[in-house]
Structure formats: structure tokens, C-alpha cells
Design a protein around this ligand. Structure first.
Ligand SMILES: Nc1ncnc2c1ncn2[C@@H]1O[C@H](COP(=O)(O)OP(=O)(O)OP(=O)(O)O)[C@@H](O)[C@H]1O
Ligand SMILES: [Mg+2]
Length: 243
């Protein structure tokens, strides 16, 4: 379980981007953070991964307090955190399978990583993951030649290659058409339910959040103003979040 308590963050001297943010995200569930632009959604995800410093509060992933780890342990924990981005963050000149294999890098020695020394089992796993994403025929295509929806599914396969405990998604469907949106959101939901991964997604689209989320966190100006089951998100709550 991911438990965040009183997370507070100011970017160098500016007013607080996050103020006493507390919520929990459970394995087997899709948790979605919604809120207006600038509410602090990305800042929360970056704090969980400790990509930003100078924050305050507690971020616990199972028994580990992520903010208190030494560098070596943090590297190990980061490897258990899969990240999915709006712009996919793939290496375009490389093939889909090469990008997926990159998900293993964090588990390898620097030497093996430097020379892209992957085992036969790892290659097989990468191929299987691409198959599960419906991309069997695209495994050896360059990512630059894939559509947005296909790229995002490569991104998900790469995250799964890390055997993550948690997948953090920052606007994963913002660049996708409705058909790809449905495909990607269904995949993320399936991962939560079948693999018991904690899935935490930042979204702009309230309607999509209501369909796919079990649990919704509403953020307004850095504060949690809603934290409940998705069916409880009524008009009053939406107005409060987007006020
Ligand atoms: N690197 C930074 N330096 C200074 N301020 C920042 C930085 N990153 C974000 N902020 C500020 O922190 C606040 C929260 O930003 P954040 O990116 O987390 O919002 P968001 O909810 O993800 O917005 P969006 O929906 O537009 O992606 C905003 O006021 C933003 O201007
Ligand atoms: Mg953002």
C-alpha cells in the first residue's frame, strides 16, 4: 500500500505547491488524482519517485519510508516504481522490444546495462509483454514508426518489465484518441486487478476518472479536497475540486 501523510512542497521560495497532502492508494485498485492545471498532480507523482527534493511529510510504500532512504536503497525502490508519461518517454530510434528491455536496466550491473546484455529469458518476457499489449507484430519496429496509442502500450510494457509494485501515470491518455484511450485505460485497470499493482493516475478528464477509477483524489491548489470512492464524486465535489 502507498500511504502519503502531510506531504508539503514549495518550489524554491514560491508559495506551497502541495500542502499537507494525505491519502492512500491500495494494490488491486485504480486511484486517480484529478484537479485543475497547477493543482499539484505532477508534483505528487514526482515526490513519490523522489525526483524532487525539499519536500516534507511521509511517503510510505509498504514498510519503506521513501523520503528516508539512502541512495542505494532508493535506487532499488525506484526500480519497483513504473512510470508512464503523457509523451511516452521512449527512445524513438530503438525498436519496441529494445525499449521494453530498458525496463530491466535498473536491475542490472552497470556493465551489463552499458552493453545491453539481456538474457534470453528477459527477451522472451519482453516479447510476451508486447504480445499482451496487442503489439506482437510491432516488437521489431522502431518506436518512431508507431502511433501514439501503440507507443503508450510500449511504455506500459516497459514499466511491467520492472516488475513494479506501483505504476505512476502522469496524464497517460492526454495525447490519445478515444479508441486508444479506452485500450490504455482498460490495460491499466486490468494490471491493478489481475497483478495487484498499485495504479495511481493523474488525469484531466473527470468522465474518464469516473469510469475507470475505484478511488478518486481531488486536488485544488495543492490541497486534497476530495478523497473517496469514485461513485461518491458528485457535482458538488467536482465544483469544489475545480473551483
Ligand atoms: N520546477 C518547478 N519550479 C517552480 N514551480 C513549479 C515547478 N513545477 C511545478 N511548479 C508549480 O507547482 C504547482 C503545481 O504544479 P504541477 O505541475 O504539479 O501541477 P499539475 O496539477 O500537474 O498541473 P497540470 O495539470 O497543468 O499538469 C504549479 O503552481 C506550478 O507552477
Ligand atoms: Mg501535471
Amino acid at each position: 500500500m502507498l500511504v502519503i501523510k502531510n506531504l508539503t512542497k514549495s518550489y524554491s521560495g514560491q508559495k506551497r505547491s502541495l500542502e499537507n497532502v494525505s491519502f492512500a492508494a491500495r494494490p488491486g485498485e485504480v486511484s486517480v488524482i484529478i484537479g485543475p492545471s497547477g493543482a499539484g498532480k505532477t508534483t505528487i507523482l514526482r515526490s513519490i519517485n523522489q525526483l524532487i527534493s525539499d519536500d516534507d511529510g511521509q511517503i510510505k510504500l509498504d514498510d519503506l519510508d521513501i523520503r528516508q532512504l539512502n541512495r542505494k536503497t532508493l535506487k532499488k525502490v525506484r526500480h519497483k516504481i513504473g512510470m508512464i508519461f503523457q509523451n511516452y518517454n521512449l527512445i524513438d530510434p530503438l525498436t519496441a522490444i529494445e525499449n521494453v528491455l530498458h525496463g530491466r536496466l535498473g536491475a542490472k550491473s552497470t556493465f551489463a546495462g552499458m552493453f545491453s546484455l539481456y538474457t534470453a529469458a528477459e527477451k522472451k518476457e519482453a516479447l510476451t509483454l508486447l504480445e499482451q499489449m496487442g503489439l506482437k507484430d510491432f516488437a521489431f519496429k522502431r518506436c518512431s514508426d508507431l502511433s501514439g496509442g501503440q507507443k503508450q502500450r510500449v511504455g506500459i510494457a516497459r514499466a511491467l518489465m520492472q516488475h513494479p509494485k506501483i505504476i505512476l501515470c502522469d496524464e497517460p491518455i492526454a495525447s490519445l484518441d478515444p479508441k486508444s484511450t479506452t485500450l490504455v485505460m482498460n490495460i491499466l485497470r486490468k494490471l491493478a486487478i489481475e497483478k495487484k499493482i498499485i495504479v495511481l493516475i493523474n488525469l484531466h478528464q473527470v468522465e474518464i476518472a469516473k469510469v475507470y477509477a475505484d478511488h478518486i483524489i481531488g486536488l485544488n491548489k495543492g490541497k486534497v479536497v476530495f478523497d473517496d470512492r469514485s461513485e461518491k464524486l458528485n457535482t458538488a465535489a467536482i465544483n469544489l475540486i475545480y473551483s
